[in-house]
Design a protein around this ligand. Sequence first.
Ligand code: MN
Length: 458
Amino acid sequence: MLRKFIHCSDLHIGRQRLEGKLPESDLAKAFSYIVRYTIEYKADGLLIAGDLFDSPSIQPPHLQMVVECLAPLKEAGIPVFAIEGNHDRPSLSSAMPTWVRYLNDQGYLHLLTIPFTADGPEITPWDPETRRGSYMDYQGIRIVGAGYLGAGTARRMKAIADVLERLDEGQAHPPTLMLLHAGPEYIVRETGGYDQESLDFIRNVVDFIALGHIHKPLHHGWAVNPGTAENIRLEEAGNYKNPVARGMAEIIVDLSGSEPVFTAEILPVPRRPVVNVDFDCTSLSGRNLADKIHRELLEYIRTLNVAPETVLRVYLTGSLNLARAGLDPAELAAFLEEQVPVIAADIVLTQLNQPLVAELAEEAEDLLLSRENIERQAFTELLHDISLPGLDDEAVPKLVQLLMDLKEDVRQEASAEEILDRINRHPVTDHLARKLTEEREREQSIVEVAAGGERDDH
Ligand SMILES: [Mn+2]
């Protein structure tokens, strides 16, 4: 027995991008794609993990967009379960009605909330009469909406888990899926995220967490954030270098066994193309420097033949004194928009005159966040438990690298010969083989000595 959900988050409908140069409809288009997919895939429900709107005070057309996106689901009879993110509400403690609440009251979605009082979280079942509640038992699955928990996220998650555990009075709780608008604390330090401890704690009562808030896709196995469906900030198009899928997640729940099995896959959502261009200004000098940059950049961009629906994002790199060069980035952007058939151009100065700092920051981010790092750690831990001759502290990282490379080979569907070749060529293979041989020889000589001493006894 399978249940299928589509999970999205952070649609930020109403967001102005590049001072409104990018169409607002892009965000609705992405959302509409997700809705169509949900219907065609015959999913049991759509999950929205917060920040449906960019602000609590969106303009009428933005509400209209969302209503038009959600209407087909209402017609198809596919329920939508939503929570509010930090952008949907003026503040955590605000009692003001929100546009998500309005959509709830109009029957477009089920807004799940867990209010916190002095006594802790107030967790109530969904009441179809009042259309209020914290969770709904739907198709054999308990869907809980934890919402945005602010700076107290880790602490409040534990409090919620505590109450959830006691809900069923000693009976086994149904398979539980939680909607949560939060990121890991290593990303959202200042605003409070979840940490390993709160995750471990909540794991006892929650089988799967559908996350939002962080615009980058995150896959923790049983907790998943699909990332944004459109580039809410244009940096999102450049920061996530590996073109990993992002935008929505397919969650499948297998209820046929004794234990529910949740699996999730993050899928891509088509988005407006953003072309990131690096342009090194270092070698340019002399008079009329600004003009020179205008001309040379234009010449370079013309060679790229970008599609007309593209957003051009130009990172000026190298060293350049903006003031002395008389270069106005807004003017340069306007010039490019006039000369090249693109929807908008954006000049980014953050990489200028500080390439090292930018690179270091990027490296640090990669180190912290990457899935690769987690895998590397797992391999290292596994290898530490194996006692293999020659597998010392120096060899472990080398072998880990080899394993990572092999994993990538398999993913890229490398041939058996190519894989064997990589193993044979790698210095760590040689090192381990030599140590193993030495060890065997030593053992052999011990056996021989022992055997030599006993020969006369027969
Ligand atoms: Mn958010």
